[in-house]
Write a protein that binds this ligand. Structure first.
Ligand SMILES: [Zn+2]
Length: 292
């Protein structure tokens, strides 16, 4: 490899470490949130933590995920610019702090929060703030102001408590972190984070996506856990690339390739960031694939 390229790669790696450190050690940095309209009654708030969906009804607002605690004021301000009705419910797609960080403040403002039972248990186990009062195992619906939102558990993937959330009237799906979009041009566009500490699974992940795609839910627009608004075809492609990545790693594991060789392939062919979530997922993923 030419030295200049090595230097450039080194600089890129340092830059991404810098971003990572800034992200984890400077939680009070001002957030830049952007409000996107999806339908007359459905909006998305992008930036900082996970993507938030805002569903307006005559009897109040239903919100999906609430980013970090520091984003609470900004989220509320954006919702107030759309509706004079109060937020009534928050549905968490899973327990991670960039999707549930506003829970405690929402609860203090009398908002009812719902999470899948495993996601709630993970919050209790890791002593996270803002543990929801209500949970469910398979499916729940929120019916408010003549509108309906459905959250359903399809199995393990990113964690063991991810749900997909469906807005039937607008044909929109929020996937949480079962589908995320990054800025890399490589397949998957960003390292998927398989959170083994929360019982995630690289093997089950595609089955869970198949469950969503074969659910009978009629959706076209897809809000991923992170990144720009997508669609059904984007989700199908992500599922295909995810399987390609897993088959590639599985083949290398079975032919006795080393951890370094596997890491190199993931970085070179799938754009994984070994300094970030991709690196954290690598060893337990290899261990899971050895047994499957
Ligand atoms: Zn997550």
């Amino acid at each position: 490899m030419p030295k200049t390229l090595l230097l450039r790669l080194g600089a890129a790696a340092l830059a991404s470490i810098g971003v990572w450190i800034a992200h984890t050690q400077n939680p009070q940095a001002p957030a830049q949130l952007k409000l996107n309209k999806i339908a007359n009654d459905l909006y998305e708030i992008e930036g900082d933590g996970g993507n938030v969906a805002v569903y307006l009804t005559d009897e109040g607002v239903i919100v999906i995920d609430d980013k970090f605690e520091r984003d609470y004021g900004d989220i509320l301000g954006k919702i107030k610019s759309l509706s004079d009705k109060p937020v009534r419910y928050v549905l968490n797609t899973h327990q991670h702090g960039d999707h549930t960080g506003g829970n405690a403040k929402m609860m203090a403002a009398s908002v009812e929060i719902l999470a899948q039972k495993n996601a709630r248990a993970n919050m209790v186990e890791t002593k996270m703030p803002g543990v929801p009062r209500l949970s469910y195992t398979e499916e729940t619906e929120v019916n408010l102001g003549g509108k309906e939102v459905i959250a359903r558990y399809f199995g393990r993937g990113h964690t063991n408590g991810d749900v997909a959330i469906y807005f039937p009237a607008d044909r929109v799906l929020h996937t949480g972190d079962l589908y995320t979009i990054g800025t890399s041009t490589a397949p998957l566009t960003v390292s998927p984070f398989i959170d083994y500490s929360a019982h995630g699974s690289v093997v089950e992940w595609t089955k869970t996506l198949d469950g969503i795609l074969n659910s009978g839910w009629d959706f076209e627009t897809v809000i991923p856990g992170h990144g720009p608004i997508s669609n059904r075809a984007g989700l199908v492609e992500y599922r295909r690339n995810f399987e390609k990545m897993r088959d590639s790693v599985s083949g290398m594991v079975k032919s006795g390739k080393s951890r370094d060789e596997i890491a190199h392939t993931l970085t070179a062919e799938f754009g994984w960031n070994m300094n970030g979530m991709g690196g954290r997922s690598l060893d337990p993923m290899i261990a899971e694939l050895k047994q499957n």
